[in-house]
Ligand binder design. Structure first.
Ligand SMILES: [Zn+2]
Ligand SMILES: [Zn+2]
Length: 506
């Protein structure tokens, strides 16, 4: 692709290339519920930079960390099973409501990984509990305990929040009695044991009151996010890691991470960048509210279109998805239009990294119409003249689901309730014309016969699908097939014209 067309991707990749040593591109999510479109940003943007680095001859390690130790802080809407009991416990201790994984956290991590694969993204996936149980965080926890006052001062300064005078929470122990992680509070550390009290009230969970101690080496703890993030970036040697813009505001966790790197760990922080939110019909997506569930969207929209959607505007801007049938079809059409005639370099770059399949041979809408006429896929392919089956599941989902806008819902039933203009029009065609040429001919015939063009088109729709309007006439004609229309309609009209006393305009 052309130099500099990649905008932010090229800028980030060039910055990474200046860093010596093996490059590690990191991403992560908390697996607290069904994957939504906002989650896709978390793995897709870093994957694009990683791809660009490969194009530049680099061999980056692209990793994705599943934060399965985070506290379960809300039961996602519509989730089956009684999960409220587990609020405040690590996601890895909450049962999988679907019963197919060891835990809730692992179930939704797998779901996210499955979506990644669907989008052609394959990072090295690391569940964070693996890093804890390997002891990777231990030395850092000791450093933070040793420099407790400095760490506390950084946290207060960068999060713009005051901490209690007795604060020692550089780790969050898991209560041995009730299993909570969200409600425990560190009361001391003797170099080996962490002393804690499970007595906090965090709103969604309350501590059981237990006081105990666990050895640091038990790994029955995790760090709070603001310390966990820079710690793992340090031991994993992360070169580049971005985050949603909420982490990058004043008081956000990036300021903390940066200060921990520089002031406590005496190292440079990774290169960072920020992205805007994905909104669904103007609303922020939410795992816990089930807004923007990806499983629905990917049924209707092929991966390259989703990727195009995420890349077509600047990374820092919010991206609003209209998930109505009209909105999604409009997105698909915009994608196709740019694929056919790339003009804007930004869009061209979006297309390059969305890796479109070569199956986009005919407009998607033509497939939707043809499938409704033919009812079987093989016939549909033949009708529109394509070879690939790639778009089949999407076409079937649209036609068989409830997203297809009414205007595209067609039922071909040639009827005779018509004026002679249609007979004149079809007689003037030899049947080999394209839908576009045929609809142009209808305009001509209407003009020659002093009939309003709108009225002629209404009559064409009426005779083909029994109503005065429909999808673009040219697409409709292509979907049904002009020869078939001629045979069906002229045959019927002729019989009718012969038996009725109609004034033919021909
Ligand atoms: Zn499962
Ligand atoms: Zn407890």
């Amino acid at each position: 692709m052309a130099d500099n067309a990649g905008g932010w991707i090229d800028d980030l990749a060039s910055s990474v290339m200046k860093v010596k040593g093996k490059h590690v591109i990191a991403s992560a999510i908390t697996t607290s519920g069904p994957t939504h479109l906002g989650t896709v940003e978390e793995f897709f943007f870093p994957s694009v930079v990683s791809e660009r680095l490969k194009e530049m001859g680099d061999d980056p390690d692209f990793i994705f960390i599943g934060d399965v130790m985070d506290a379960f802080d809300s039961v996602p809407a519509g989730q089956k099973g009684d999960l409220a009991y587990y609020l405040g416990k690590p996601l890895i201790s909450v049962p999988d409501p679907y019963g197919c994984h060891k835990s809730f956290g692992e179930h939704f991590l797998q779901e996210t990984v499955d979506f990644m694969h669907k989008l052609g993204v394959s990072p090295r996936v690391i569940p964070v509990n693996k890093l804890y149980s390997e002891g990777q965080y231990d030395e850092y926890a000791k450093i933070f305990f040793t420099r407790l006052d400095d760490v506390k001062q950084i946290l207060e300064r960068t999060s713009l929040k005051k901490l209690p005078p007795s604060w020692k929470d550089v780790i969050m122990p898991i209560c041995e009695k009730c299993g909570n992680i969200a409600t425990t509070r560190v009361t001391g550390f003797d170099g080996e044991y962490v002393y804690y009290a499970d007595d906090k009230d965090v709103g969604y969970a309350k501590g059981c009151g237990h006081q105990g101690k666990i050895p640091l080496s038990s790994h029955q703890w995790k760090m709070p996010w603001r310390l966990d993030w820079p710690t793992r970036q340090a031991f994993l040697g992360v070169t580049l890691e971005g985050a949603g813009k909420d982490h990058h505001t004043k008081g956000g966790s990036w300021d903390t991470a940066e200060a921990i790197h520089r002031e406590i760990l005496n190292r440079d922080p990774p290169i960072t960048y920020r992205w805007g939110f994905v909104l669904l019909n103007g609303k922020k997506m939410s795992k816990s509210q089930g807004i923007g569930s990806l499983s629905t969207i990917v049924k209707y929209v092929p991966p390259e279109v989703l990727k195009y959607f995420l890349l077509r505007v600047d990374i820092e801007k919010d991206k609003n998805l209209d998930d109505s049938g009209e909105g999604l079809l409009k997105l698909i059409e915009e994608f196709e239009e740019n694929l056919k005639r790339p003009r804007d370099p930004k869009k061209q770059f979006a297309l390059h990294f969305s890796s479109p399949s070569d199956a986009w041979e005919v407009p998607f809408v033509s497939l939707l119409l043809a499938y409704q006429i033919e009812r079987i896929w093989e016939g549909t392919k033949k009708r529109v003249g394509i070879k690939s089956d790639y778009l089949r599941p999407y076409v079937e989902a649209w036609v068989n689901g409830d997203k297809l806008p009414e205007i595209y819902r067609i039922n071909y039933r040639p009827s005779k309730q018509n004026e002679g203009i249609i007979y004149t029009w079809l007689s003037a065609l030899n049947g080999t014309e394209s839908g576009f040429q045929a609809s142009q001919k209808l305009r001509e015939v209407a003009q020659q016969n002093s009939i309003q063009i709108e009225s002629a088109f209404s009559q064409a729709y009426a005779v083909l699908i029994g109503r005065p309007n429909g999808p673009r006439l040219s697409s409709l004609i292509d979907a049904i097939g002009l020869l078939r229309i001629k045979n069906d309609v002229i045959g019927r009209l002729r019989t009718w014209l012969e038996t009725d006393t109609l004034t033919c305009v021909c």
